[in-house]
Design a protein. Structure first.
Lengths: 297, 253
């Protein structure tokens, strides 16, 4: 039984980071209907900036995290300003092509730095002995990571529920014409959505980097798992992203915990999200919390 | 009081002339109606004024401000508000929240002031709330204050649409077919609101409407558009006897 609980705990740890990663993706889609294929790259870049500041510039890790979130905030905002602003109103396929291009450019830039080819790991700044209770153990790094994730998600929900800017962002995603007519600057809201997405991506990337070590491929893979997560949650639901992130984390851990090693199976944790993705697309294409759009012809 | 002057405005989409060389003057304090058959360019004209479209040629001026290339949020910030022909409301929010959201774009405070919630923030919040309540009172929406907009009847939603434009405290209100699809009592209500807005609130009204009976009754000035051109203008009586207008509406023998 403690094996089961151990899987639940690690599932929640991984899942909450999925949730944070997916949050940014959903934010951009929700406000501007752009599928940001390059989200995984922004996650990786955020993680690398945190590492560079912590290790190379010798800044305490929490301060570098804040800096890194600030840098990706402006980075993502300028990406929107330079590349995506002029595509407002263009067909969705052009927008997707641009984000694919963006992904390649960021990939190329990362390969120019040491991060593209080497592995790095964050220096240990927390006790290395895991916290154990009743046969279930969780490392300090994971614990702190989950706590930061929860704080971030709570802050985001507060922001969208209560702040005027957050409510304006929801208004834009609900009805653009109406938002413009009451004086909301829609391009500004798009920029802000990207900026917030960049900020959350940097936080997610840095937490992953602390837990698993910095490896471009791993961070990449994280960015791709965001797709099944957001499809499960419904592309335009922030609550959906959080719930689906945790479900996906649990599924992954259960798959690798119970299936791997039996019946000659291996690496099922990596495949499970995509099997789920296919099943959802077949039976519930708008996800758990997404809006079911009906088109009348 | 400020005049809105549309001079020589032409709007083309590819080869299609939505508006050609339109000259219109909206006098302050009056009700100006724009009528014309479907597709005549009435909504396009409102879109140009409110910044959703930018004219291909010509100029739009509100007082000394040029609106020709202004964006919608800039237009709304100088006191020109608009209610849409097809409902554009935040359907998931209550009536009160729809109005407060609009009001917040006009009077706001920063996040620090919001956290302290003393001095500016609480004063602004109280002012906003008082103003919104005044609008709700005026548009007779008290019963629906807390109801989700998406669940209300069409006629009431149309009223919420007008109310939301009013919360921006406009000097000039653009109403795009506020009575479309309404029954007689609902139309009478809207007419009463429009007349009161002119008299008591000193708001200049631009009305796009198909119900000619209403237009002839309440307008001070009427412009007639057909195929993107102004084919007649003047007092309602003059319009009713203008042969060009009769031709556009009834056709030639």
């Amino acid at each position: 039984m403690s094996y089961f609980f151990q899987l639940v705990v690690s599932g929640i740890v991984v899942g909450s980071i999925y949730a944070l990663s997916a949050l940014g993706f959903v934010l951009i889609y929700k406000s501007s209907r752009v599928l940001n294929i390059a989200h995984g790259q922004i996650i990786a870049v955020g993680a690398f900036i945190t590492y560079a500041l912590t290790v190379w510039a010798n800044i305490p890790i929490f301060i570098s995290l804040v800096f890194s979130m600030g840098i990706t905030f402006f980075l993502a905002m300028s990406v929107e300003r330079v590349f995506l602003r002029r595509l407002i109103g263009e067909p969705i396929i052009s927008v997707i092509m641009v984000t694919i291009g963006l992904m390649s450019i960021l990939d190329g830039l990362v390969y120019l730095t040491p991060f593209g080819s080497e592995n790095f790991s964050f220096p240990e700044f927390l006790p290395t002995t895991p916290i154990g209770f009743g046969g279930v153990s969780i490392s300090w790094t994971q614990m702190v990571g989950v706590i930061i994730t929860i704080i971030m998600i709570a802050a985001f929900s507060w922001f969208f529920k209560k702040s005027t800017v957050g409510i304006s962002m929801r208004a834009v995603s609900d009805d653009q014409l109406a938002s413009m007519s009451i004086g909301i600057s829609v391009p500004k809201v798009f920029g802000l959505a990207w900026a917030m997405a960049g900020l959350s991506a940097a936080a997610a990337g840095s937490i992953i980097g602390n837990i698993t070590g910095l490896n471009f491929e791993t961070l990449h893979a994280f960015g791709i798992v965001v797709f099944p997560v957001v499809i499960l949650g419904g592309l335009d639901s922030i609550l959906g992203a959080v719930v689906a992130g945790i479900i996906m984390g649990l599924i992954q851990q259960f798959a690798s915990g119970y299936l791997d090693g039996n019946w000659g199976l291996n690496g099922t944790g990596g495949v499970a999200p995509y099997i789920i993705l296919l099943v959802i697309l077949l039976f519930k294409p708008h996800g758990l919390f997404g809006i079911h759009e009906i088109e009348r012809v | 009081m400020t005049q809105l002057i549309v001079s020589g405005v032409t709007l083309t989409f590819g080869g299609l002339h939505a508006l050609s060389n339109v000259n219109i003057t909206i006098e302050p304090g009056l009700i100006t109606s724009i009528i014309g058959p479907n597709g005549a360019g009435k909504t396009s004209l409102l879109n140009c004024v409110s910044g959703f479209y930018h004219p291909t040629k010509g100029e739009i001026k509100y007082g000394d401000r040029r609106l020709t290339h202004a964006s919608p949020h800039q237009v709304s910030s100088i006191g020109i508000a608009r209610a849409f022909q097809n409902l554009e409301l935040f359907r998931g929010l209550s009536v009160l929240d729809n109005l407060l959201l609009a009001r917040h774009q006009k009077l706001r405070y920063n996040i620090l002031q919001a956290i302290i919630y003393f001095g500016k923030a609480s004063r602004v919040e109280a002012e906003n709330r008082a103003y919104v309540e005044k609008v709700i009172d005026f548009m007779e929406l008290e019963l629906y204050r807390k109801k989700t907009v998406g669940n209300l009847s069409y006629g009431i939603q149309k009223r919420v649409e007008v109310a939301r434009a009013l919360t921006l405290a406009p000097k000039l209100l653009l109403l795009d077919e506020p009575m479309a699809g309404m029954n007689i009592e609902e139309k009478e209500d809207i007419v009463r609101f429009i007349l009161d807005l002119k008299k008591e609130w000193d708001i200049t009204i631009v009305l796009v409407e198909h119900d000619l009976g209403v237009v002839m009754d309440i307008s001070d000035q009427v412009y007639v558009l057909d195929f993107g051109e102004v084919i007649g203008s003047g007092k309602p009586k003059e319009i009713a006897s203008n042969p060009e207008v009769i031709k556009a509406y009834i056709g030639e023998e």
